[in-house]
Design a protein around this ligand. Structure first.
Ligand code: FAD
Ligand code: NAD
Length: 478
């Protein structure tokens, strides 16, 4: 069975894969009266990633930074079909091959979770758990996954910081370490190991997470676990000569100074070569390898393409030669494919893989799809028109529909570095303006509060900030 609603055979079917920054910003701007629109994602919500590290330490509740995709679609002019599923395979329509389908599998992680709780089959997946849906146009916005470089032990022993469940897992692991260290009779050596937190990657994710961990320690753990607090150590490991390579030199220096004052150790020119259950193997600038005991490792070493993206690229080997992700043209069309557009972290372009880029690309595609609908309609009318003056007029109208290439407008970079301080690189009147400190932190908070999806999210996040100021973070765990 194909998709049930809202199918209108006179309209083309637009399938959007993903419910992240790119897909959601497209959905917000899309005129759904032009298409049969279907959204497919294994998560039936949008996650506001910039505040994910705050969830990992309990400053924010997970629900505060989520927005159900159906919340976005329910206000659209025509109904949108939202399917919670993982796309497993995408057919490519090129000049010779005309089929275009997507094979879907019901959300696998949910299935496994439910199986574990011993629910019976009908509760788990209904009667079918996989299906195939056809598309006329596809927007490919599946994001990326965390890069491990195949380093041994990363997948088994480290926590990631990409998805909501990563932040929840890290929070549990962190409190496990603290409670285990608090257990009577633990040796000093074991306490020191359990309370040593290693963050790998000095990009914005690793920096923000280290800053948040430091806040948790200073503002809460010192009073909840006074006997342990002085033993907690945070080490940030970065392979390059400095952290935050995308920020200006002043802000890098400012961040390094702030971390030093906060007792966060930064090890630059140091590579993590292996992650063990209770330690990490580091290779320092002198080339010497040493094993460092630790309780928790958070892996924030950047992005790599998802398997489904690699499979899709392999179908067009001549055009898709960039291993980092989907190559697109200036109009965000996947090179070599006829009707696939790609946005955000799944693409390989000159833009950084950021929410800013993905959301601007999503809004751009919403405008493009308005024009495509207009052009498709004119072409259909032209096909039915008699020859003569009417047809000439339609032909001129078709020619007038022009697509402008995507243009990215950089609004600046912001990052939280802990201790109520943030850094900002902002382009103002054509000049780069840098700032760091408490005032920038206030700006960071207000910028993210206003970027949050809805009034509901804004009030939940503001409420969480007030809750933490008044009563501190919650250290209980299930
Ligand atoms: P995503 O937002 O990752 O969305 C991908 C979507 O695809 C998800 O909904 C996923 O469930 C879905 N999906 C995955 N596989 C499939 C499949 N097989 N089939 C269908 N759907 C699938 N950027 C900034 O600009 N500013 C910041 O402050 C910032 N902070 C960040 C903090 C953290 C902790 C992280 C991890 C990232 C941060 N980023 C930030 C980067 C930003 O989150 C990404 O660049 C952005 O999410 C990319 O958007 P996207 O739509 O390409 O991918
Ligand atoms: P990143 O790619 O920016 O940084 C990863 C870092 O990990 C790199 O500096 C790399 O040298 C280091 N690394 C990799 N392997 C290593 C190893 N084995 N040992 C030691 N170091 C290693 O990744 P990110 O921080 O997750 O950011 C991903 C994207 O999301 C970026 O484009 C970033 O700008 C964006 N982002 C932005 C913000 C913000 O603007 N506040 C916050 C988070 C993420």
């Amino acid at each position: 069975p194909g998709p049930q609603l809202p199918f209108d055979p006179s309209k083309k079917t637009l399938v959007i894969l993903g419910s992240g920054w790119g897909a959601t910003s497209l959905l917000k701007g899309l005129d759904t009266s032009d298409y049969n629109t279907i959204v497919v994602s294994p998560k039936n919500f949008f996650l506001f990633t910039p505040l994910l590290p705050s969830v990992a330490v309990g400053t924010l509740n997970a629900r505060s930074i989520l927005q159900p995709t159906r919340y976005v679609t329910r206000h659209k002019s025509r109904q949108v079909l939202v399917i919670e599923a993982e796309a497993k395979e995408v057919d490519v329509r090129n000049l010779t091959y005309l089929a275009s389908n997507i094979k879907l599998l019901y959300n696998v992680s949910r299935l496994t979770k439910l199986l574990r709780s011993q629910a019976n089959d009908s509760e788990i997946q209904g009667q079918i758990s996989s299906t195939t849906i056809p598309y006329d146009y596809l927007v490919y916005a599946v994001g990326a996954e965390t890069q491990t470089f195949g380093i041994p032990g990363v997948r088994e022993h480290a926590c990631f910081m990409k998805e909501l469940h990563d932040a929840e897992k890290m929070q549990r692991r962190f409190l496990d370490c603290v409670e285990s260290a608090a257990f009577p009779g633990q040796s000093d050596e074991e306490k020191d190991r359990l309370l040593h937190m290693v963050v790998v990657g000095g990009g914005p994710t690793g920096i923000e997470l280290s800053g948040e961990l430091r806040d948790f320690l200073e503002e809460d753990l010192k009073s909840w676990y006074p006997e342990l607090a002085s033993r907690i150590r945070i080490t940030l490991v970065e392979a390059l000569p400095s952290v935050l390579p995308s920020f200006s030199k002043e802000l890098i220096a400012y961040t390094e100074r702030t971390f030093k004052e906060s007792d966060i150790d930064i090890l630059t020119k140091t590579m993590v070569k292996k992650v063990n259950e209770k330690s990490v193997l580091l290779k320092g600038p002198d080339g010497v390898e040493r094993e460092v005991p630790c309780g928790m490792v958070v892996w924030a070493a950047g992005n790599t393409a998802r398997q489904i993206s690699r499979d899709l690229m392999a179908k067009l080997p001549e055009d898709q030669t960039n291993k980092r992700g989907i190559a697109v043209d200036d109009y965000l069309r996947m090179k070599g494919a006829r009707d696939i557009f790609a946005v955000g972290d799944c693409t390989a372009s000159s833009y950084a893989p950021t929410a800013q880029v993905a959301s601007q690309q999503g809004s751009y595609l919403a405008r493009v799809f308005k024009l495509i609908a207009k052009k498709d309609k004119l072409e259909a009318d032209l096909a039915h028109a008699e020859t003569g003056e009417g047809a000439e007029k339609l032909k001129k109208q078709v020619d007038k529909v022009k697509f402008k290439p995507f243009h990215y407008s950089h609004q600046g970079s912001l990052a939280y570095i802990g201790s109520d301080k943030a850094i900002a690189d902002l382009p103002i009147f054509g000049r780069e303006w840098t700032s760091g400190g408490v005032a920038t932190f206030m700006f960071w908070r207000s910028a993210y509060l206003s970027t949050l999806f809805s009034l509901r999210n804004r009030s939940l996040v503001a409420g969480d900030w007030i809750r933490v100021k008044l009563w501190g973070r919650d250290v209980s765990r299930d």
